[in-house]
Structure formats: structure tokens, C-alpha cells
Design a protein around this ligand. Structure first.
Ligand code: MOS
Length: 736
């Protein structure tokens, strides 16, 4: 493999299709006789829909259908994420099934028309009368009523070692501070969209999906039909970040298509994405750290409160990064939750870690300042030897190397540790750093089918996703190396729920899940080929362990001249092709090892002393994520995560009218994300040390970039100005 494709900066194989406009996205699939949909959203948070006047809309030009709770088909509740392996819904509330309103922005009607403009116009003619009931839409008010223990993936978000409060009280150095993060909304460039039709008894859907098999199964439950009768394809996705799962728009589009007996295209408006697609929930976090005279941690306390809804399984698990971050004598971690009458929360790039590391790593910087110690030295001094909670050994943890290499490249030694000491005209200049971390996962459900043909070509089929990460490119590299064939001989088929596997593009685990599946199916292929080769082959009588794939065939590992091509094996066996299907070994590695990707983040910030304007001058991410399979696509993942982290640090904030739970900035002119001028040159580097306990030696890289970035920015702003901002986003008003 050393001389192969893996590890090379191969350009994306779907690149030419995309730049030529030939990659078909969900909203672009042609279907005969399409009707276009528009959704009307409730304007109260809780209560009853008393009346809907539909006559004017129904009489408007081009209108095909007005669907409300009165005429919508009866549906089963959609199974909520994590309630079973393939459940993919954000919540299980009945929508358009009765007159109840559960959140401000809930769909209350769907209009179908011959064109999108006609649907949008007719929607504007609908009149709704509501009877509002008291609702809880204010965090502080909900908190005053009491909180409950939060759970994540069926486990309480609570860990305790020793008496952390007592250890804190007795520590030589102490910091104890409250941090806050607002709600965030998802803003992938591609709007959530679906083009679908009922074809006989099959529901055929072109969707923008990162959980294909899950979406197909969940829809089959909603419409009470066999799973195989729901076919979802999603070959290209314009960004997901946790949001491209199953929400109301697919369900309502399918229901409306059924009622109207027409194929339907439903593209959520940007406002629609804010109304019906969940985001990251708000947090209030306390981090208290106690250290001895040498800076060794005696206590880590990371507790706080987050928000969820009654019908949803996704509180923001912000303590997750703290579980394995540092060695400390005592530890107290806890997440409490309050329930609000609002749209359900969901996964958003590094749920937990993105905002959890903001609090933890800001606090580490505060402690370093308190002690008068370099913040990198403080972190290295508290590096754990094994997982502090589970006691498991780390599979591979080279965070200290990442820190040292990053500090060298960034020029950390030039940092002035005294805040507000460096000035360039009216700009205050500072450097900050923080640890990035995200766990390694590999979910069960992997599977792949492989077809090898006499011409030496290989096609592999799995129901996986390409959201722009480079999945199809990287796994074409992996397969080409594993089977000793050129990349152009490999067809990587994905994005179709009829293909094998229940694999999500989530949790930064898709690469591991695919890799394990490819390894399993290639092993099976080798066994099959050895059986087919027979006694006249140069590789006759060899065990699978004794052969390797190279130069379009199999060879004896230590005797490369004993080689036979796939073409020759298949010809002699009189076979046009061999088809094998396999599932990988169960993901037991995380039971034996504590497995995490790591990074060291460095930021240089400039803050205008007169206006408070913040500009990020430089950023470096130094990562330890196992083996990097493709440096080109990986760098792009790291940079994308960091850019999203800059948004989290400086701009992103969903604004609510707390009286009625309405999102007030559901658009990209009021909800700010970084644009080109906000983003400096971002440097990335990595250790490239393979993890011996993962398939291919790689750990996840999709989410880690957003972690640590918020704190690195906050810490740089502190170093520049002496002002410590503990509530996100760090806007200029907080610095004046
Ligand atoms: Mo990610 S939040 O698991 O798409």
C-alpha cells in the first residue's frame, strides 16, 4: 500500500461533474408531471388551529392541492433518532394530523401548484386562526421551574470521581466561571429538498440525505409499508453537518403526492430550514478547575444546562470532550436539561464537543493565566496516560506531538503572555490556543457488495453518502490499493438505499464504517478467487493470508513472481464475474480502547481598540487523527470545520422572540456565517501516525475542526485585549 494511492492528494473524482453542473442534486431530478410545494408555518408556539380559510388559495392559478390537518393522510409517528438502529426523525410529534400546534414554525398547510411561484403565492392567501395556550419558550423561565438529568444515547450525562467541590475549594489555584452558547441553526448551502413520486406501491424519493437507509426505513414506518418499497437516492449532497436527515418536508411531500396523485418537488426556503430543521441547542456551562502549585489538576468540574423538547432525544452533550481531556484527581461532569415548546434540536457538527470545548478550553486558558504558566505547558502537564473515566488505554494519542509541531509552525514562542501588550496602530494583537477533540466511532451496520469482472474492473456497492467530503474519491483509492488495480478500474457506487449497508455519514465515522466493509468484502473476494484458481494456478494451494493483491491479480506475499491476474483466474474458471457480499466484524475496538481524534488549535486575532472589530489574522490546526488517507480532501475537511468554528466563535446566533418562541433571524442576512473576508489563510498539518486499532489506521476528521476553535479565538481575544468573553458569539459590543 505504501506505493499506492492511499495517502496521495488525489483530486475529487466527482469534481469535473460538479464544475460542469452535471452532478444532479435532490431538487434537480426530473420527474414527469411535477407539482411544486410550499409550506405554511404556524405563528404560535402552542395551542390549537381553530380555522383555516383555504378557498382563496384553492382558487388561485395553478393550484393542485391545499393540504391541512383536515385532509392529510393519516400517518404513523416517525421513529425518533436513536430509538432504534434505523430511526431518523428529529421528533415524533403529529404534524398535520390534528389541530394541535407544538412549536412556532410548525407546518400547518402544504400547497401544491404547477409552478413554485404559484405555490408560494397561493400559500400567501391562506388565513389561519389560532387559539394560543401558555407555552414555555424562555430558557431562564424554564430553568426556574427546575431541570432534569440529561441523557445521551441512553446514558445519563453524569460522571463523578471523588469530591471535586472539596478538591476545588482546597486547590492552590482556582478558576470557576460560567460560559454560554446560543442556539445555532443549520445553513448548508444546498437547501433541504426532495423530489418524489408514488410509483405503483413504491415511494421513490430523490433526497438530500446523510442517513439513507435510516430515512427509507423511517418513511416506511410513517406510511406503514414494507421497507423495500421506499427507495431513496441521494448521490450528491450540498453539505449536511447533521441536518440532512428526516424532517417534516419529506413526510409532507410524500403525503401530498399521495393525496394529489402527482410527483412532488419540495424545496425548503431558507426560512423553512429554520422553521422545520433542528439546530444546536443553547447551553449554560460552568467550568471550575483547581490546580496545585505545579499546575497539576486537582479538580475538573464541568456542569450546566441545555435545552430540548419533550419529543426529542438530542440535548447538547457538552461534557463529552471533558471526559477524556485531562488527568485530574477529582472530576464532576453533569448535564441538566429543560424542556421548551420549540422545534426539536439535532446533531450539528461535533454536537457536544463544539461548544463543550469552548467552555473547557477557555477555562484552561484562564487557569494558565492565573498560574502564570504557558497554556500549552499546562495542557501537556495534565496529559492523561489512560482514559480518566473508563480506565481504558488510548488506541493512539499523540496530542503532545501535535502541540509541539503546531507551536513551532505557528511561532507560538513569539506570543507575549501579558494581555493587551501588543499593538499595531489601533489594532490590539493576540495569540490563543486550545485543544480540539472528537471521538472515534464505528457504528454497526456496515456491509458492501463487490463485483469483479473478467476485464479486471471492480464495482463496489454500499448505501453511503457523498456530502462533499471526498468519500467516493478516498474509497476508490482504498479499493484500488487493496485489489491492486488502477483507480480508473474501480466504480464506487453509493447514494441509493437499495445498496447494502446501514451506514450514516455522521459522527465522523463513515470512513471507518466503509473501510471496515471494504476490508471484509475484499477478504471474501480473495477467498473466493483462491477457490476458483484451482490446482493449475501459480497461486494454487495458498492460504488467504499468504497472498496479496497486486498488478491486477493475486500473488504470493513473499514470492511475487507467483502471480495470476484476475482475468486469468476468471477465464480458467469460465466465469464472467465474481460477486461477493460481506459485513465487517462488529465494532468492538471502542470497547477495548479509548479512541479519539485530537488537535492543537492556534489563533492570532486582531481587535480594533476603537471599534471593537475582531479580525482573525491567522489560524493553524495541528491534528492527530491517525493516518490521513487523502491529504487534499482531508485538508478541506479540517479547514471547513475551522471555518464553521469561526462562525461559532464570532457570529452564529439564532435569535428568538422569547415571548412566543419564534425564530426572528431565519435568513442569511440576519444570521451571520463567515464569508470569504472573515476567513484568513488557514494552515493545517497533521501527525499522520496510523491508529493500530482502526480499519486503515484512520480516525474521523469531519467534525474535529469545529472543536477547540471557539476557545482558540476567545483566548486570542483575551491575549489581545485583556477582555474575557464567556458568552458566544464574541461580538464587538462585548469588547467595548
Ligand atoms: Mo454530524 S453532526 O454527525 O453530521
Amino acid at each position: 500500500m505504501r506505493h499506492g494511492h492511499v495517502g496521495k492528494p488525489v483530486s475529487r473524482i466527482d469534481g469535473p461533474q460538479k464544475v460542469a453542473g452535471k452532478a444532479t442534486f435532490a431538487a434537480e431530478f426530473p420527474m414527469e408531471g411535477l407539482a411544486y410545494a410550499a409550506i405554511a408555518y404556524s405563528t404560535i408556539a402552542k395551542g390549537r388551529l381553530v380555522a383555516v380559510e383555504t378557498e382563496a388559495a384553492e382558487a388561485a392559478p395553478g393550484v393542485v392541492l391545499v393540504m391541512t390537518h383536515r385532509n392529510a393522510p393519516r400517518l404513523k409517528p416517525p421513529p425518533v433518532f436513536m430509538s432504534s438502529q434505523k430511526a431518523a426523525a428529529g421528533d415524533d410529534l403529529p404534524v398535520l394530523q390534528d389541530d394541535r400546534i407544538h412549536w412556532n414554525g410548525q407546518p400547518v398547510a402544504v400547497v401544491l401548484a404547477e409552478t413554485q411561484e404559484q405555490a408560494d403565492h397561493a400559500k400567501s392567501l391562506l388565513r389561519f386562526t389560532y387559539e394560543a395556550e401558555p407555552s414555555v419558550t424562555d430558557f431562564a423561565e424554564a430553568e426556574a421551574r427546575g431541570t432534569a438529568q440529561s441523557q445521551f444515547q441512553g446514558e445519563p450525562l453524569h460522571d463523578a470521581i471523588g469530591d471535586a467541590e472539596a478538591a476545588l475549594a482546597g486547590a492552590r489555584f482556582r478558576v470557576d466561571a460560567d460560559y454560554a452558547s446560543p442556539r445555532h441553526n443549520h445553513n448548508p448551502i444546498e437547501l433541504h429538498a426532495v423530489t418524489l413520486a408514488w410509483q405503483g406501491d413504491v415511494l421513490r424519493i430523490h433526497d438530500a440525505q446523510q442517513v439513507l437507509a435510516h430515512a427509507a426505513w423511517t418513511l416506511s414506518q410513517v406510511f406503514d409499508m414494507p421497507e423495500e418499497k421506499v427507495v431513496v437516492t441521494s448521490p450528491f449532497v450540498g453539505g449536511g453537518f447533521g441536518s440532512k436527515t428526516l424532517w417534516r418536508h419529506q413526510i409532507l411531500a410524500a403525503a401530498a403526492a399521495k393525496l394529489a396523485a402527482r410527483p412532488v418537488r419540495l424545496v425548503l426556503s431558507r426560512e423553512g430550514v429554520y422553521r422545520v430543521v433542528g439546530g444546536r441547542s443553547q447551553t449554560e456551562q460552568r467550568v471550575a478547575l483547581g490546580a496545585d502549585a505545579e499546575g497539576r489538576l486537582e479538580a475538573i468540574i464541568h456542569t450546566g444546562v441545555t435545552v430540548k423538547t419533550a419529543h426529542n432525544a438530542m440535548p447538547e452533550p457538552f461534557i463529552l470532550p471533558t471526559r477524556s481531556a485531562y488527568q485530574a484527581k477529582t472530576l464532576l461532569l453533569d448535564v441538566q436539561e429543560v424542556e421548551l415548546d420549540m422545534l426539536s434540536n439535532t446533531f450539528m457538527r461535533a454536537p457536544g464537543e463544539a461548544v463543550g470545548t469552548f467552555a473547557l478550553e477557555s477555562a484552561m486558558d484562564e487557569l494558565a493565566h492565573e498560574i502564570g504558566m504557558d497554556p500549552i505547558e499546562l495542557r501537556i502537564r495534565n496529559e492523561p496516560e489512560k482514559d480518566p473515566i473508563s480506565g481504558l488505554p488510548f488506541s493512539s494519542r499523540n496530542i503532545v506531538e501535535a502541540w509541539r509541531a503546531g507551536a513551532e509552525r505557528f511561532g507560538w514562542s513569539r506570543r507575549n503572555p501579558t494581555p493587551a501588550a501588543v499593538r499595531d496602530g489601533e489594532w490590539l494583537v493576540g495569540m490563543g490556543c486550545a485543544t480540539a477533540t472528537y471521538p472515534y466511532y464505528r457504528m454497526p451496520g456496515g456491509a458492501a457488495r463487490l463485483t469483479l469482472t473478467q476485464d479486471g474492473r471492480v464495482a463496489v456497492d454500499l448505501a453511503v453518502h457523498e456530502m462533499g467530503m471526498g468519500t467516493s474519491t478516498v474509497h476508490t483509492q482504498v479499493l484500488a490499493d487493496r485489489l491492486g488495480v488502477p483507480m480508473e478500474n474501480v466504480a464506487f457506487n453509493y447514494g441509493d438505499s437499495r445498496l447494502p449497508g446501514v451506514i450514516m455519514a455522521g459522527g465522523s465515522q463513515q470512513t471507518a464504517a466503509i473501510g471496515a466493509s471494504l476490508i471484509a468484502v475484499c477478504d471474501k473476494l480473495v477467498g473466493e478467487l483462491l477457490a476458483l484458481a484451482g490446482n493449475d494456478s501459480p497461486i494454487a494451494g495458498l492460504d488467504a493470508d499468504a497472498v496479496v493483491a497486486r498488478e491486477g491479480g493475486l500473488a504470493k506475499r513473499d514470492e511475487p513472481q507467483r502471480h495470476e491476474t484476475y482475468a486469468s483466474i476468471l477465464q480458467r474458471a469460465q466465469r464472467q464475474s465474481v460477486v461477493v457480499e460481506a459485513t465487517p466484524a462488529r465494532p468492538l475496538e471502542t470497547m477495548h480502547w479509548s479512541m479519539h481524534s485530537h488537535g492543537a488549535m492556534f489563533c492570532e486575532a486582531r481587535v480594533n481598540a476603537v471599534t471593537g472589530e475582531i479580525r482573525i489574522a491567522r489560524f493553524l490546526g495541528s491534528f492527530d487523527c491517525g493516518r490521513i488517507l487523502n491529504p487534499k480532501t482531508a485538508a478541506s475537511q479540517f479547514r471547513g470545520g475551522i471555518i464553521m468554528g469561526l462562525g461559532l466563535a464570532l457570529m452564529e446566533e439564532t435569535q428568538f422572540d422569547e415571548r412566543n418562541g419564534r425564530v426572528m433571524n431565519p435568513n442569511l442576512s440576519d444570521y451571520h456565517v463567515p464569508v470569504h473576508l472573515d476567513v484568513p489563510a488557514i494552515d493545517v498539518m497533521w501527525t499522520d501516525i496510523p491508529d493500530p486499532h482502526t480499519p486503515m489506521g484512520a480516525r474521523g476528521i469531519g467534525e474535529i475542526g469545529i472543536t477547540g476553535t471557539g476557545a482558540a479565538v476567545a483566548n486570542a481575544v483575551f491575549n489581545a485585549t485583556g477582555r474575557r468573553v464567556r458568552d458566544l458569539p464574541i461580538t464587538l459590543d462585548k469588547l467595548l
